[in-house]
Design a binder for this molecule. Structure first.
Ligand SMILES: *[C@@H]1O[C@H](CO)[C@@H](O)[C@H](O)[C@H]1NC(C)=O
Ligand SMILES: *[C@@H]1O[C@H](CO)[C@@H](O)[C@H](O)[C@H]1NC(C)=O
Ligand SMILES: *[C@@H]1O[C@H](CO)[C@@H](O)[C@H](O)[C@H]1NC(C)=O
Ligand SMILES: CC(=O)N[C@H]1CO[C@H](CO)[C@@H](O)[C@@H]1O
Length: 455
């Protein structure tokens, strides 16, 4: 019970990152990943029109037609906002989460529990090696990750990336032609630690055992395609992994160290130039509060946020260096030798790997930061849209993605505009749907109330 409460408390701070709403449902009996208060739909969102056009889905309505995705708000559709994980409801339709990585399964890889660092069902929230700080970055890689790697190189700092396989509509991390695989290779080459944050960021306490295993195993397949090895470290999405759900035992059986944190920068809720100071203050306050000068720390942040990469991280690096700390990986801050951070699959034939353009000599194109694309830069992962037009500009409309589109500098194909913008009526509907979602602060209040009840 103690363990459950601890995990729930951690989930509290963390949940706002992607979606505060889904942690509201803590009933142990339900199977679905998202149960929203759909009964309030009519009253609280009058803009939800055209009910006949787009079918409802979810616990009350059931599954969408084959190939259609069930959005968080409970509508079937096939736009990015319907299908993007983790928000897409995996039990009620298709989702990005269901797209498998290429390559043979990893479940037969032997998983001896060696070394001195505990594996699940125990979990870890603090480092042990004095004078170290492990900065960790969840949910990437994404468009800012490259800048983060540059910054870390500048400071010669080592960190840990808890990478997600296919979340926020970024596509699978091992997709050929996407920049994610080469970013992950660069992390590894630069001495950072690559760990798992699951395939599609589902809440592991709320899915079935087989769904939970898939969340770990598929990310392994993709990471093996990229690095040739699979990680032994992971962090549960939303830091949610209760003993009661079987999650902690399952992660132990898969040979994972379950990593939480003891500084939550809350960067996910302060991603603006005006607000990010709050995260800096949290980090500083924790360091300043220490009693022993070399007390180690394990901090969580997210490389998917602009301010985290372009503002907060440099502040943390300067602060920790000024305080005499070293920025190291989670494995190092726990005194675990690097060879135990990964497992090798001795039976794996490289020729079966999905070819994710992972050779060392393949040049990584920079992600466009100014909207231009060409020989040096790609639009994939840029904020201007994924397609590189014949004239060398990134965009998401058919004039960029259609005739003349440069496929070696971005995505080319039909319908990407619709997929990206959610085009027209469907977009309006899913935006309206988001009105139904609880704000992070409401969710926190509800959770606090729940926790008081649990006392
Ligand atoms: C919502 O509207 C539908 C049809 O318009 C109706 O059948 C349903 O009972 C309504 N639900 C609520 C909670 O008002
Ligand atoms: C970085 O954060 C500070 C607040 O800590 C803010 O004043 C500044 O504008 C931010 N810089 C950028 C480039 O966003
Ligand atoms: C797609 O293009 C439209 C119009 O230029 C823009 O408003 C929208 O933000 C773009 N979306 C993305 C994801 O680039
Ligand atoms: C499978 C794949 O995407 N291969 C590509 C790897 O990169 C080279 C050069 O950039 C392309 O020509 C291949 O098509």
């Amino acid at each position: 019970m103690h363990m459950l409460r601890l995990v729930v408390v951690y989930g509290l701070g963390f949940a706002a990152c992607s979606t505060a709403r889904n942690i509201v449902n803590l009933q142990p009996d339900h199977q679905g990943t998202r149960l929203l208060p759909l009964t309030n739909a009519n009253s609280s969102a009058p803009v939800l029109v055209e009910r006949g056009v787009s079918a409802r889905c979810g616990s009350e309505f059931g599954r969408c037609a084959p190939g259609k995705c069930c959005s968080t708000a409970g509508y079937c559709g096939d736009t990015k906002s319907h299908c993007s994980s983790p928000d897409c409801q995996i039990d009620y339709g298709h989702c990005d989460a269901h797209i498998t990585p290429g390559g043979p399964p990893t479940d037969k890889i032997p998983r001896p529990l060696i070394g001195n660092v505990p594996y699940g069902p125990r979990f870890i929230r603090s480092c042990t090696v004095p004078g170290t700080i492990a900065l960790t970055f969840d949910d990437g890689p994404k468009e800012y990750t490259q800048d983060l790697l540059d910054l870390l190189d500048k400071y010669e700092a080592k960190v840990t990336f808890f990478v997600t396989g296919n979340n926020n509509a970024k596509g699978e991390i091992d997709s050929p032609g996407m920049p994610w695989a080469s970013l992950i290779q660069r992390m590894h080459r630069s001495g950072h630690q690559v760990a798992s944050h699951t395939w599609s960021h589902q809440d592991l306490s709320k899915v079935t055992q087989s769904q939970r295993r898939v969340q770990l195993l598929w990310n392994e397949v993709a990471l093996r395609n990229i690095l040739g090895t699979i990680p032994t470290y992971m962090r549960p999405p939303y830091s949610s992994c209760t003993a009661e759900s079987g999650c902690l035992n399952d992660l132990g059986a898969l040979g994972y160290h379950v990593i939480l944190y003891d500084i939550d920068t809350e960067d996910y809720s302060h991603d603006s130039p005006e607000a990010i100071q709050k995260s800096k203050d949290i980090f500083d306050r924790n360091l300043d509060s220490r009693i022993e000068f070399d007390r180690p720390w394990l901090a969580i942040a997210h490389d998917v946020h602009e301010q985290t990469v372009h503002n907060l991280t440099e502040h943390m690096l300067k602060k920790l260096l000024a305080e005499g700390y070293r920025a190291v990986t989670v494995g190092e801050c726990l005194g675990d030798p690097p060879e135990l951070w990964y497992r090798k699959d001795d039976n794996f034939d490289e020729r079966n790997a999905r070819k994710s353009n992972r050779s060392k000599d393949s040049v990584t194109k920079a992600i466009s930061v100014d909207g231009m694309c060409g020989t040096q830069t790609t639009c994939l992962g840029s904020r201007f849209g994924p397609c590189c037009s014949s004239t060398g500009f990134c965009g998401n409309m058919s004039s960029f993605c259609g005739a003349g589109c440069q496929s070696d500098s971005g995505y080319c194909g039909d319908n990407i505009g619709a997929a990206y913008t959610g085009s027209g009526k469907k977009a309006a509907k899913s935006d309206a749907g988001s009105l139904l979602q609880l704000s992070p602060s409401v969710a926190v209040v509800i959770l606090l109330a729940l926790m008081v009840l649990m006392e």
